[in-house]
Write a protein of this length. Structure first.
Length: 212
């Protein structure tokens, strides 16, 4: 009996193979979409509001503990390292972002790198980023600790409008669909995702009130 690699079996019919679906890439694409919906946090989703109320009251999705909560929620959190490089925070007023928990800074969530940061800098662990911004721009308190000076040295320029955006790996526009996620994250072949994106996901999104 000849053995064939599973990666060779799970390829599209268009390439002359069996067209068997790989569930792991599909699941990762779906979980990535859920992650993105939470990050956007536009308040229009009942599911997102429930997640924030139960899991993110004192942190963000980037720093929440992945040892508590529903199994599906823990799986979503496990995608953080993989998705961090695909999501960009543009800071304007700082009203939407948590200073220590959200990856608005080039160093990522600051609490991961500077665990003594809130005490050293004198800014509360749950503070919003706007406490360091005024009409003239960045307005951080004086930092004398050499280690924490790295924060000041790498502050991003302030934007005109606050936003969270998805960064594709290529210089072409792809909407934030399941196809787009699976393609950019190189999770495997995506022919089946066209069907999901056209028929299945819109029905799910409509049921839960998600925004595409």
């Amino acid at each position: 009996m000849t053995r064939v690699a599973w990666s060779d079996v799970c390829r599209p019919l268009e390439e002359g193979d069996q067209g068997i679906w790989r569930l792991q890439p599909l699941n990762q694409a779906l979980m990535s979409r859920h992650f993105w919906v939470v990050v956007r946090c536009n308040g229009s989703s009942v599911w997102v509001n429930w997640i924030i109320r139960h899991y993110l009251r004192h942190s963000s999705i980037w720093t929440a503990r992945n040892t508590i909560g529903l199994w599906s929620w823990r799986k979503i959190l496990n995608l953080r390292v993989q998705l961090l490089g695909h999501i960009q925070y543009r800071v304007s007023t700082g009203d939407r972002f948590l200073l220590w928990h959200d990856p608005w800074h080039p160093l990522g969530p600051l609490i991961h790198r500077f665990q003594r940061g809130p005490m050293t800098v004198g800014i509360h662990l749950e503070a919003k980023l706007h406490v360091t911004i005024n009409e003239d721009g960045w307005n951080w308190p004086l930092i004398t600790d050499i280690e924490h000076m790295e924060i000041m040295e790498m502050l991003p320029p302030l934007a005109q409008r606050e936003a969270v955006t998805w960064l594709p790996r290529v210089e072409t526009f792809l909407s934030l669909t399941l196809t787009g996620f699976s393609n950019h994250l190189a999770l495997g072949w995506i022919g089946v995702y066209y069907y999901l994106d056209l028929f299945v996901f819109p029905a799910i999104a409509s049921y839960y009130g998600w925004q595409s």
